[in-house]
Design a protein around this ligand. Structure first.
Ligand SMILES: [Zn+2]
Length: 220
């Protein structure tokens, strides 16, 4: 880009669009993760599933606690061991015009503690312990499917603490929603990611249940 064009871009406020070499991100436009995240083996899910819709509910008030628990620039971070499976699941879904929507990924320990204070039922919110596993280890994700930019009908929303949220629930869950859940499960299973029977949206990657040291990784 010429100096003139760069100046023009800055003057017109479009520098971010027309000057990709300014602060260029090496990974398809996804900025590098923090040093702590990199040290933990975490990747930004957008570098694994480029068409993913990332809608982190805990970065908004639209969650069961009712207030944002993450900073507004929080990212969907996952441990690299989940990457091949997520890429495969996304590829499977893409063949039917579906994209993965991520509601939650890595979750810092202090957020887990706050959640459990609000819903102290281990069936719905994992009890914080002296170790990191599942979301706290970046090895579980909460996902759904979008079709043409619209969430498909799964029978309940996210963090619906009712029996209808169970992955294989039939009571009060329409046949279409059951089929949509099955489609999500099939794609994720194809990638080696296992559904948690208690929540249709929660999937565990390899080693999600292993107890590991608590991480001090920022979510943004
Ligand atoms: Zn989950």
């Amino acid at each position: 880009m010429t100096v003139f064009r760069r100046l023009l871009a800055v003057l017109t406020g479009s520098a971010l669009i027309v000057a990709p070499d300014a602060g260029a991100a090496p990974d398809g436009g996804v900025p590098p993760v923090s040093p702590q995240a990199a040290a933990a083996g975490f990747v930004d899910v957008r570098s694994v599933v480029p068409d993913a819709i990332v809608d982190l509910r805990y970065a908004t008030p639209d969650n069961f606690v009712g207030v944002p628990l993450y900073p507004p620039d929080a990212r969907c971070l996952v441990h690299e061991s989940m990457a091949p499976g997520l890429a495969k699941a996304a590829a499977t879904l893409r063949t039917s015009g579906d994209v993965l929507v991520f509601w939650d990924c890595y979750r810092p320990h202090d957020v887990q503690v706050r959640m459990f204070e609000v819903v102290s039922n281990p069936a719905w919110v994992a009890r914080p312990g002296p170790y990191a596993r599942s979301h706290e280890a970046g090895r579980s994700v909460d996902v759904t499917i979008a079709e043409n930019g619209q969430l498909v009908d799964m029978g309940t929303g996210f963090d619906d603490f009712s029996a209808r949220a169970q992955a294989f629930a039939t009571d009060g869950v329409s046949a279409a929603a059951q089929a949509n859940r099955a489609r999500l499960r099939a794609a994720m299973t194809d990638g080696g990611l296992a559904v948690y029977s208690g929540e249709w949206w929660h999937f565990d990657g390899p080693g999600a249940g292993v107890q590991r040291p608590i991480l001090d990784v920022p979510v943004d």
